[in-house]
Ligand binder design. Structure first.
Ligand code: AMP
Length: 420
């Protein structure tokens, strides 16, 4: 039965048969956040366009090609947020969170928007979970942020993933490296895609990250950033690795991880699903020590990560992991006759007030139809209230799994169900 309208391309509905999975992973994420002492922050889904142009970078794919920009009635240019870090750092500065207790370790959830070619694992409206840790440049914090992501994936039961880390250095060391890359790629200029030809001039590291095959092949023997790190960045990167080893988190160093956004410095990392196809990055993150200053705040280091829910669910399905039980009502109430119906609707309120989830369908009147629906809902118990029971002040409690039924006093029903 197709209606007149469809969801916009690259978007989708999360239906009841799926939403419990989202709730499950969100709850596990919140649990890990509690264990790491991170607090939730919620920012608007649209922001000043400039916030993203300044931070993510005007030459990045996101800003150049993928942003949903719009003008409001007063001619201001806004953008639907394509990512969560810049808004969180904006809010951090605006609200002076550096001075407030328990406010520098933050997590968020929410929809992000990027105009890109939709495919499996890539959407125009997608949902991210992420964390930001603002205020410290200690390499222990890098390891802690990485360990949060590791613990989250592990608690979900995922096994087929791999942590890859890199250091992309700081402003100090990047100049020489960029020059080395330009020199290395120049002979291959004609083999690079048109985007990479532009990237080579403005931000050559991003050629390493390109998914186009000819660019990838040519990047194979490119110079490694790790050979260009200054002493400070080298020590930082070594310490991050030491901490990861100390807390038993396996990783691989991959000098090709550069991350697509401009604001990253030093540690960059990705969690890759080793089973998924092209869109196989589950989580991406890194350090962004210059971002706060770039946004007009004090010079303040930070590090975080973001992951997409869609790919996470795909990975979990691939590994046949459990999403917990789909919610079903504890009780389905069956009433026969008008008087029992009237008492029944009062009883429903009481059951629900007492925390007992109860389903009821006023459109079904016969015993048969109501019992069928009770079965379909997956309720644990049926409560049957007919005229006869009503007269005696009783109700029938039927265990749907084994068919056992007994008559109990209506006044005892809450207590006897609470125990079950
Ligand atoms: P990024 O912000 O590009 O570093 O992406 C972080 C994570 O968000 C990725 O590893 C994916 O899991 C997810 N992600 C990014 N873009 C999309 C998209 N268009 N559709 C679905 N998930 C995405």
């Amino acid at each position: 039965m197709a209606g007149k309208y469809k969801v916009p391309r690259g978007t989708y509905d999360i239906l009841p048969s799926e939403s419990y999975k989202w709730q499950f992973v969100t709850n596990v994420f919140k649990e890990v956040a509690r264990e790491f002492n991170y607090k939730e922050i919620v920012t608007p889904i649209f922001e000043n366009n400039e916030l993203f142009e300044r931070s993510v970078g005007e030459d990045s794919d996101i800003v150049e090609k993928e942003m949903y920009k719009f003008e409001d009635k007063k001619g201001r240019i806004f953008a639907l947020r394509p990512e969560g870090t810049a808004p969180v750092v904006r809010s951090f500065i605006e609200n002076g969170l550096m001075l407030k207790p328990n406010s520098s370790k933050l997590y968020y959830f929410g929809p992000m928007f990027r105009y890109d070619r939709p495919q499996k694992g890539r959407y125009r409206q997608f949902y991210q979970y992420g964390i930001e840790n603002i205020g410290s440049n200690d390499p222990y914090i890098d390891a802690e942020v990485i360990s949060f992501a590791y613990m989250f994936l592990s608690k979900l039961g995922l096994k087929n993933f791999e942590l890859q880390i890199n250091s992309i250095g700081c402003k100090n060391c990047t100049q020489d490296y960029d020059n080395a890359l330009k020199e290395y790629f120049t002979p291959y200029l004609n083999d690079l895609c048109s985007d990479c030809r532009k990237r080579l001039m403005k931000n050559p590291k991003r050629v390493l990250d390109c998914k186009v095959n000819t660019c990838k092949v040519n990047a194979d023997n490119a110079p490694s950033m790790l050979d260009y790190l200054d002493e400070n960045c080298k020590t930082h990167f070594n310490k991050v690795q030491e901490y990861l080893k100390q807390i038993n988190i396996p990783f691989k160093v991959n000098p090709k991880i550069v991350r697509g956004l401009d604001y990253y410095s030093q540690t960059a990392f990705e969690f890759i699903d080793t089973n998924l196809g092209a869109q196989n990055t589950l989580i991406g993150g890194g350090r962004y020590d210059g971002l706060a200053e770039q946004l007009g705040g004090k010079n303040m280091p930070g590090i975080g990560f973001a992951g997409g829910f869609e790919r996470l669910l795909l990975s979990m399905e691939e590994e046949k992991l459990s999403f917990g039980k789909q919610q079903t009502p504890k009780v389905y109430l069956i009433t026969l006759g008008n008087e029992a119906g009237a008492t029944g609707i009062k009883l429903i309120m009481e059951l629900r007030m007492n925390g007992i989830s109860t389903a009821f369908d006023p459109d079904k009147t016969s015993m048969n139809a109501q019992m069928k629906t009770a079965n379909k809902t997956g309720a644990e118990f049926a409560l049957i209230l007919g005229e006869d029971e009503l007269k005696k002040g009783k109700i029938i409690l039927k265990n749907m799994a084994n068919g056992e039924q007994k008559e109990i006093n209506i006044t005892d029903i809450i207590n006897s169900l609470k125990d079950k």
